[in-house]
Design a binder for this molecule. Structure first.
Ligand code: FES
Length: 208
């Protein structure tokens, strides 16, 4: 019996489904890491050990995957992870002023989580929304065409309304400007996630 046998029942079922979806169990490492991070709050040492047991590799091999991708968080993050792109397009169109504004409004420095656990702030590499630069993600839901003032308003809205699930369309309508292109089905047509690999497993519903 693996340690993952103690995961919450729904997650155990999801893990089984994920493992069955790939001819080679190792291919499930990334979705399983995501699932484990929901179980433990972030990618802990135990989470990596669990995933290693599930797919039949060493914890070091799982760590080599987890440490490569910034979306696998190795520390607890706040309820709202605000990722501000400062790569070239966003940098040229004011991304640095946007992240300064986010730091001001949250009181949290980039790379940190506030003491009350509401906000984490990070600088992100290109998030694929260059046409709508400067772009920001909140819990990986994208909002484009921000200004420093709009970014501050976004933070205030999050702090005041504390939405359980953050939706890109809603943030875009309230705070966004120029947008690259439509991301796909409207959220009013059903739950979608900004990260397609996570969509079928309901990450938007889990709201982290
Ligand atoms: S450079 Fe910011 S989204 Fe591409």
């Amino acid at each position: 019996m693996t340690a993952a046998a103690n995961w919450e029942a729904g997650r155990r079922e999801r893990a089984k489904t994920m493992l069955g979806a790939y001819p080679d169990r190792r291919s499930a490492i990334m979705p399983l890491l995501y699932l484990a991070s929901l179980e433990y709050g972030h990618v802990t040492e135990q989470a990596m050990t669990d995933v290693a047991e599930l797919v039949g590799v060493t914890p070091a091999q799982v760590q080599s995957v987890a440490s490569f991708y910034t979306m696998f968080k190795r520390e607890e993050v706040g309820k709202y992870l605000v990722s501000v792109c400062t790569s070239i397009s966003c940098h040229l169109l004011g991304g640095d002023a946007v992240i300064d504004a986010v730091e001001d409004a949250t009181g949290v420095e980039r790379g940190r989580t506030g003491d009350d656990g509401t906000f984490s702030v990070e600088r992100a590499e290109c998030i694929g929304a260059c046409g709508g630069a400067p772009a920001v993600q909140v819990n990986y839901e994208t909002v484009e065409g921000l200004t420093p003032d709009k970014a501050k308003a976004l933070v205030k809205w999050l702090a005041d309304s504390q939405p359980e699930v953050v939706l890109a369309d809603e943030m875009q309508q309230l705070f966004g400007g120029v947008r690259s292109f439509d991301w796909g089905p409207l959220e009013s047509e059903g739950p979608v996630a900004a990260v397609p690999a996570f969509g079928p497993f309901g990450s938007a519903k889990e709201g982290r």
